[in-house]
Structures are given as C-alpha cells and as structure tokens.
Design a protein around this ligand. Structure first.
Ligand SMILES: NC(=O)c1ccc[n+]([C@@H]2O[C@H](COP(=O)([O-])OP(=O)(O)OC[C@H]3O[C@@H](n4cnc5c(N)ncnc54)[C@H](OP(=O)(O)O)[C@@H]3O)[C@@H](O)[C@H]2O)c1
Ligand SMILES: [Zn+2]
Length: 342
C-alpha cells in the first residue's frame, strides 16, 4: 500500500510517500480503508522527535482517520465490511485504576494512534474494533477526518477539566489552530461568552464567523484589551495551548478564582510562574490531554449525529503532498484542519 512514512526523526524532507506492506488485523481488530486523515500539530512534533518517544521506524503518522471497514477480525462482533467510521485515537490498558474509573487518558500506558504506534497516513490501518465510531452515510470523509482528536481534546479541556458553564466566559488562544476551531464552537455551544485571540486579522474574522463574540490580536497585549472588554474582570476559563509566547498574558486574562486549562505548548514548554499570583488570585492551572471514552462519544455524537458542531477544514491535499501539508501547518497558514486523502 501507499503510505507517508519517515525512517528517521527530523525535518520535513525526511517524509517519503512510498510503498509499504499493508497491516493484517488481529482477532479483535478491523482493517480500515483510509479515505481521509487530518494533520495535527502533534504530527510535526512526532516527526521532529520528542524526549521519551521511542518509535519503531519507519513510522507512519496520522492520528485522525476516517474510512470504511475493509475486513473484520475473527473475534469482532457488531461491525461489518463497508461501514463508514472515524477512529478514536486513544489506546489504553483497560485494567489500571484510571481505566477502571473511565479515565483512559490518565492510563500510565496511554498511547495515541499515529504518535506511539503507526497511524493512518496510508491506504490501510488495522485498529481495535473498540476504537471505531460509526458516522452517517452522507458525511464526507474529508470533513469526518477533521473531527476526532481536536473535538475530543477541546471537549475535555473546556467542559470536563475547565468546567465551563452557561453564563461564564472563555478565552481561546491560537484561534487558527485545529483544537481552537473546535473549542470556539464548543464554548459557544456551552452558552459561554467567547473571546478568541489570533496573530492574523483574517483568522480573527474567521473566528467571529465560527461563533466567537469578540476577537483579540495576539501580537499585542490582549490581556489589556480583555480587561477592558470584561469590565476589569477577566474570563472564567483560559484555554492555553500556545505556551511560552502567550503564557504571561494568558495568566493576566483569568478572573480571580478562574481556571487556566493547558493542553499544549506550541511555541515552547518552559514558562515562569509567580506563586503570589496564584494564591492571591486563587486560580487553578489544570492540565488536559485527549479524552476518555465517554467524552469522545459525547462530542462525536454532537458532531456527527446531532450536527451541532462542525469541523473546520482549511484545505484538502492528496497524501502524496504530505511535505507541503507539514510546511503549511508549521508556518501556521491554516485556519482549522489540513486534510489529506490517500
Ligand atoms: N494535550 C492534548 O491532548 C493535545 C491535543 C491536541 C493538541 N495538543 C497541542 O495543542 C497545540 C495546538 O494543537 P493544534 O493541532 O490545534 O495546532 P495547530 O493547528 O498547529 O494550531 C496552533 C496555533 O497556535 C497559534 N500559534 C502558534 N505559534 C504561535 C506563537 N508563537 N504565538 C502565538 N500563537 C501561536 C497559531 O494560531 P494563530 O495563527 O491563530 O495565532 C496556530 O494556528 C499543540 O501544541 C499540540 O501539540 C495537545
Ligand atoms: Zn490503563
């Protein structure tokens, strides 16, 4: 089968579009014919290499997958060939105290398809049948692939970890990002007042179209602007993912007693913290990673079956243009998701 692989961690030039052998599904797995994948910033980090990430090389990236079932493992029940699905990228042990509590993304053996194991940037992938989520017949694969990772992360970050509720307010940083494009919609859906910050004017306009009430320029001190817009209050929840470049301003944007939810650190992971600010303003700094099954199913149902939330696809390219896709994401050209079709 054709696949986008890298044999060594490193720059974009390490990506190759080439032939590899197709996987065979195990007894509890299904073979999925991949129709579309969406890129995540994670794909860039995995290609570059991360501390502690030891992969079997060559690696195939791609955490967000939509396709059709091609073959079903002997022990699989409830699924048949031809069904249209997206794939939950979470893998966990199923036996530890966290898995038993239904908190799969806290599992010590938690892994992500496309990060720790081979992903979907190929014509086929074999995945556990427990990871499948059925999608409607008329839902385009290019749109469907743009959903799983970003909507599950945004849902857990805002609703579960951030406890965002109707009548509250949220600031979404890096508005052009994939997770941010889901978060703007989810915050609005939850009944919050939504502020979104981006470096680019065109993306700020797109954020307004997507449901943000107010937009801020992240090249400037957006915390001052926010201070004015909120009558010197700040927001209940700040969704931080840009990292070092926005951290200080993010902390200045939260209301006393509010929550700063951190799910990423795109511009750098090391920041400063003035402990006096924490005890005086009494805000919480809360981490979020991916989602548990319940959160995944809740938000997938809202997207695919209730159609209350929509994926934002910036562009669709053939998988053979994987290098161009990585370049575009690295330069931050996109608003929403870059999708590839094998
Ligand atoms: N914990 C988890 O489970 C989880 C899940 C998904 C993603 N993440 C992490 O969350 C981050 C976002 O992921 P994504 O896939 O949504 O990324 P993405 O689509 O590449 O978006 C990142 C956005 O961050 C903003 N940005 C980047 N560098 C910036 C800088 N120096 N200054 C200001 N803004 C900057 C840009 O927004 P503007 O151009 O609009 O300013 C950019 O579009 C990544 O670090 C990713 O690894 C974590
Ligand atoms: Zn576990």
């Amino acid at each position: 089968m054709k696949a986008a692989i890298f044999r060594e961690h490193g720059p974009i030039e390490n990506l190759e579009y080439t032939d590899v052998s197709a996987p065979t599904p195990g007894p509890n797995e299904v073979l999925v014919r991949v129709r579309a994948i969406a890129l995540n910033h994670l794909d860039l980090f995995v290609r570059e290499g991360m501390p502690g990430l030891k992969l079997e090389l060559p690696h195939i990236g791609g955490c967000d997958i939509a396709g059709e079932i091609e073959a079903v493992g002997v022990a699989v029940e409830g699924w048949r060939e031809g069904e249209r699905v997206v794939i939950n990228p979470s893998l966990s042990c199923g036996m530890c105290e966290f898995c038993i509590m239904g908190e799969e993304s806290l599992c010590p053996r938690y892994q992500i398809i496309g990060e720790h194991v081979r992903g979907g940037a190929a014509e086929y992938i074999a995945v556990p049948s427990a990871n499948l989520f059925r999608i409607p017949d008329d839902y385009p694969f290019e749109q469907a692939a743009a959903v799983p990772l970003v909507f599950m992360t945004a849902w857990r970050s805002l609703i579960s970890q951030g406890q965002l509720r109707a009548g509250q307010s949220a600031l979404i940083l890096g508005a052009g990002g994939g997770v941010a494009s889901a978060a703007i919609q989810i915050a609005r859906f939850a009944g919050a007042k939504v502020y979104a910050a981006s470096r680019e004017e065109s993306k700020r306009r797109q954020a307004l179209d997507l449901g943000a009430h107010e937009v801020l320029d992240s090249n400037k001190d957006f915390s001052k602007e926010l201070w004015k817009l909120t009558n010197k209050r700040g927001v209940d929840v700040v969704l931080e993912n840009v990292g070092a470049a926005t951290w200080d301003r993010a902390l200045r944007s939260v209301v006393k007693g509010g929550r700063v939810v951190v799910y990423g650190a795109t511009s750098g992971p090391i920041v400063q913290l003035d402990l006096r600010q924490i005890f005086w303003k009494q805000y919480a700094i809360i981490g979020a990673t991916m989602a548990n099954r319940r959160e995944f199913n809740t938000v997938m149902r809202l997207v695919f079956w209730e159609r209350q939330l929509q994926p934002v696809v910036d562009r669709v390219l053939p998988l053979s243009e994987i290098r161009e896709a990585h370049h575009a994401l690295e330069r931050g050209e996109q608003f929403g998701k870059i999708v590839l079709t094998p």
